[in-house]
Design a protein. Sequence first.
Length: 387
Amino acid sequence: MSELVALRRRLHQIPEVGLHLPQTQAAVLEALDGLPLEITLGDSLTSITAVLRGTKPTDDPRTVLLRADMDALPVREATGLDWASTNGNMHACGHDLHMSILVGAARELCARRDELAGDVVFMFQPGEESVDGASHMLAEGVLDAAGRRPDAAYALHVWAGMEPYGTFTTKPGTTMASHDVMRIRFVGQGGHGSAPHKANDPVPALAEMVLGTHTMVTRQFDAFEPVVITIGKLSAGEACNVIPESAELEASIRTFSPEARDKVVERLTRYAEGIAAAHGLAAEIDNPQSYPPTINDEAETEYVAQTITRELGAERHLRWTNSLTSSEDFSRVLLEVPGCFFGLSACPPDLDPATAPFNHSAYARFDDGVLDDGVRIFVALATGKLA
Ligand SMILES: [Zn+2]
């Protein structure tokens, strides 16, 4: 087993969720140990920023940023793999592969630093899943880590299905949706389940809100301006014979333009307030998280596509025509630096990509045979820019 596969499987067994990933950070630091890197650790999160100074003489030094996210999901793994997670969380989005690929790229680029006319910033980022780790790292200065702004930034994401094993995917322009979270809480008056007229039950209002939201999307939005809303969390009450005082939902909202995003938030707010008023309830509305759409630079996307084709052959590259409805906080980096977020299928060859359990599934499997090709493309992107 290669060192990178061993690292990936070790990381896979210790998945941690959110912004604070102490075991994961320690494992990555150990893997980087001894390399000629300037390492800074995050304050508000367990990030690692590592800068490699190229030594090739140049009058025009450039900087390239490569990013890997580090966090896992609160999913109980059901793959049955020998090296499955041991702690109740799961690297169900493949970020364990991302970290291993970035470690591999760091090792190889360090070995070839005399070919680099400039610097590479390796951005190991916790908290991609819903807690916006990227904005923490931006606030702590990751874009200034090398002393000047990156000229280009790249990140890749592995998929457990969708495309055949080993296929790289790119799309210029919007490649992933925006993502907003909205929390809506109806507050009434609790009481005895036998006497609802003496209470003010928020549960029917919550039920109306769920159905009304999905109807609203079909009636108020252009069919050619995609809007995807999922209400994945409902909570109200503890016992069937007790009317709860409050009832709440959490919705995830995905759109492909700032206009559609603003309209969804405005309409959901209006709906919640209207339903609350009809039931004599109060509505508390919160929009705690908002990721912008992930927008790839046209020229950088072309550069990534050409690099994949040159290194691995045209049959390994697929140009996507549609965006994904998932979202990414690498979008924040791409608002500041031209770059490209691209995909790599790690779908196990024994599965049909169309039906393989996908990212975030407890059954999702990512084949770590793709690690070396991921490293190769990251290395080629950096050396090409810093030639
Ligand atoms: Zn992910």
